[in-house]
Design a protein around this ligand. Sequence first.
Ligand code: ATP
Length: 245
Amino acid sequence: MSHLKLNQVSFRYKEQSSWLLKHVSFEVESGSSVSLLGPSGSGKSTLFYLLGGMYTPDDGEIMLDNMPLSKSGMVGYMPQDSSLFPWMTVKENILLGYKLGNKKKTFSLGNWLDRAGLTEIADSYPHQLSGGMKQRVSFLRVLAGGHSLICLDEPFASLDALTRSKMQKWLASLMNADQTLLLITHQIEEAVLLTDHIYLFPNLLEGRPIEIRNPFPKMERFQVRKTPVFWEFVQQMEQQLKQQT
Ligand SMILES: Nc1ncnc2c1ncn2[C@@H]1O[C@H](COP(=O)(O)OP(=O)(O)OP(=O)(O)O)[C@@H](O)[C@H]1O
């Protein structure tokens, strides 16, 4: 289980004169899922770089299970593009996630390839795969790391609407109850389908986000999507986002 807490986190890139993240504070309960929504360029991916240990905050602290998040590799991170190594096969790319991960949990490659529908392409190279397949491989690589906090940065942004919809269902079916998920998305619909809470950040990542609890239970979201009540909620959220940004 992983309880994440950001306390007054501030950060700016060396070449920037002003703060990109300023006194950002929020918490993600262990085993829950949260979407981060905010305008383009507001610093969402940068926040993930801090969680992944690629940069350190200039101020404030990030705590994971009440311990400072002081080194990289404590969270599973999937960037916007699939970033698979082109010289490695599907199998090798996924196993790399395991080798670099925390190895506290066992990872049964054959079983996961099967669940992901990738068994037949296990020995293929990334250039031979479709966009949706690459994203699936990339996601399995993150799962293989065995981290209980998983950060996904717009994982399906580059996919067409139909593939994206299939991938959302697929992802929901693969997430374990003990995994904590942070998802960056620009799609409110996706946030409502995949996460328990939605945190809205107006303009910059500054202070506390507006926290909205998803009213739809996890098991019913893909069914409720077919009803007007789902789309009314998505529209309300859209209005709120427009007013805040
Ligand atoms: N490595 C870096 N060095 C310097 N500046 C950077 C770096 N990465 C991002 N930036 C700048 O930081 C700002 C925020 O970028 P970031 O990618 O974190 O925003 P974002 O909210 O994730 O945007 P989007 O929704 O478009 O992906 C941008 O102005 C960007 O140019």
